[in-house]
Design a protein. Structure first.
Length: 127
């Protein structure tokens, strides 16, 4: 998907296949076309969830994803350990521990407002 026309075709196909909602994943191409995606989702009246809070700030209705600031901080801690001569193979593999939920809510004065919630969420995995 490299242009609004291709994305518009994808939205038309979603409507024809009776899609009930969209989940927009993270990718460089989709991020570069986020405004078009937000506009088309509103035009096609498809409920859409995004990965980044910036999508809610740009007009999207809902986002849920990792807290980028805490992820970047943790990356800095790991880089610091490597710079202090820690062997990368000895470093533990870590998953994000903080997630954000962003909502766009109707507001009679400002027309819309963004609400963001941060929480530490523990995830359990059973293999």
């Amino acid at each position: 998907m490299r242009s609004r026309e291709v994305i518009s075709g994808a939205f038309a196909a979603a409507r024809e296949s009776h899609a009930e909602a969209l989940n927009i994943f993270a990718s460089a191409i989709l991020s570069s076309l986020s405004r078009e995606i937000i506009t088309l989702a509103a035009e096609y009246r498809l409920p859409t969830i995004y990965l980044w809070r910036e999508s809610v700030e740009a007009g999207g209705p809902l986002s849920y994803g990792v807290d980028l600031a805490s992820m970047w901080r943790q990356s800095g801690v790991i880089v610091g350990k490597v710079l202090e001569a820690e062997t990368p193979a000895n470093l533990p593999i870590e998953q994000p521990a903080r997630f954000e939920l962003g909502l766009r809510q109707a507001d009679p004065i400002n027309h819309t407002k963004s609400l963001h919630f941060k929480n530490n969420i523990r995830m359990a995995y059973q293999g």
